[in-house]
Design a protein around this ligand. Structure first.
Ligand code: R5P
Length: 315
């Protein structure tokens, strides 16, 4: 009460005091080990308290996670992408959420890159739909909401039986590409599953799109492009748009095909650049001029910031 009174009399003077600024913050953002930088940016956008988490790995491989400080009682946001090591990052995310629940009934999980989302259905008999198993774990922790960025599929998102929201990095990626000088740009989806994403990108960019026909061998994981000749790509700069790059196999096969069709330069826009092993080097070797990704996964290509769109989904 006294604080409120003093504030209304001397607002600008007291607001500039750092301890008062901390007192006025309503939300707490906890940054998981995998997403520290992004979590800090989200906290800044929300004017929230930022708490770092510490991770110690025991000789037997178990992780011990500690939150640096005490969260506020209001809304708590846990930020942790689950890129490799996927299972470790996942268990850390679940542990942080569980801890946050001890302080607040309103906990939101922000999992910018959601590992296992590609295992959203039973492709071959006997396969376990791990996405469903994980969604059940999130629900069991009593979360208020899960926020993800460009999750692999709507089917994956539908496994959550709690409020969930998928935000798209496509407008941010489009803004990046608008600044480049491209020759008759055309947007390409490397597979039919990504056609809607490419369509959205092309619409925002102000151009058209094509979707290739990709086939993946479910046993070996190898991909092949089954499209026939595409005259419209000839001499044009192309932007291949995808949700994620893992081994680079899909992008490489698409690039090989498009180069044979005598396109000009090939660029890649993706949300999650996992770029396992030497994927980045291989993709460049096959003639891709530039890979641009979002900061859902830290790395050399992660130049597009999604903290703003995530913060918007939280408030
Ligand atoms: C597949 O449907 C996805 O959208 C990606 O195209 C794919 O998962 C990327 O994996 P990789 O880089 O290993 O081909």
């Amino acid at each position: 009460m006294a604080t409120k009174l003093r504030l209304s009399i001397y607002p600008s003077k007291f607001k500039s005091l750092p301890f008062l600024d901390e007192l006025l913050k309503k939300f707490t953002v906890i940054g998981g080990n995998a997403s520290e930088e992004l979590a800090k940016k989200i906290a800044k956008k929300l004017n929230a308290v930022y708490l770092k988490s510490n991770l110690r790995i025991f000789p037997d491989g178990e992780g011990k996670i500690t939150i640096n400080g005490k969260p506020k009682k209001g809304k708590i946001i846990v930020v942790q992408s689950t890129y490799p090591p996927v299972d470790s990052h996942l268990i850390q995310a679940l542990s942080l959420i569980s801890k946050a629940k001890q302080y607040s009934s309103n906990v939101i999980a922000v999992i910018p890159y959601f590992g296992y989302a590609r295992q959203d259905r039973e492709f071959l008999p006997g396969e376990i739909v791990t996405m469903d198993v994980i969604a059940k774990l999130f629900k069991a922790l009593g979360l208020s909401k899960v926020i993800v960025v460009d999750i692999h599929s709507k089917i994956a998102l539908d496994h959550f039986k709690i409020p969930s929201e998928n935000v798209s990095a496509m407008p941010q990626l489009v803004n990046y590409f608008k600044k480049l000088r491209l020759k008759e740009p055309l947007v390409v989806s490397p597979d039919l599953g990504g056609a809607l994403r490419a369509k959205e990108f092309a619409k925002l960019f102000g151009t058209s799109y094509v979707a290739l026909k990709k086939q993946r061998n479910r046993k070996t994981g190898k991909v092949q492009i089954r499209s026939s000749n595409l005259n419209e790509v000839k001499g044009r700069d192309l932007i291949i748009v995808d949700d994620m790059i893992s081994t680079g196999g899909s992008i490489i096969k698409a690039t090989e095909f498009l180069k044979k069709q005598k396109c000009n330069r090939v660029f890649v826009a993706c949300t999650h650049a996992l770029l396992r092993g030497d994927a980045e080097k291989k993709i460049k070797k096959y003639g891709v001029s530039k890979i641009v990704s979002a900061n859902t996964i830290p790395g050399s290509t992660a130049v597009v910031d999604v903290s703003g769109i995530i913060a918007k989904a939280i408030v």
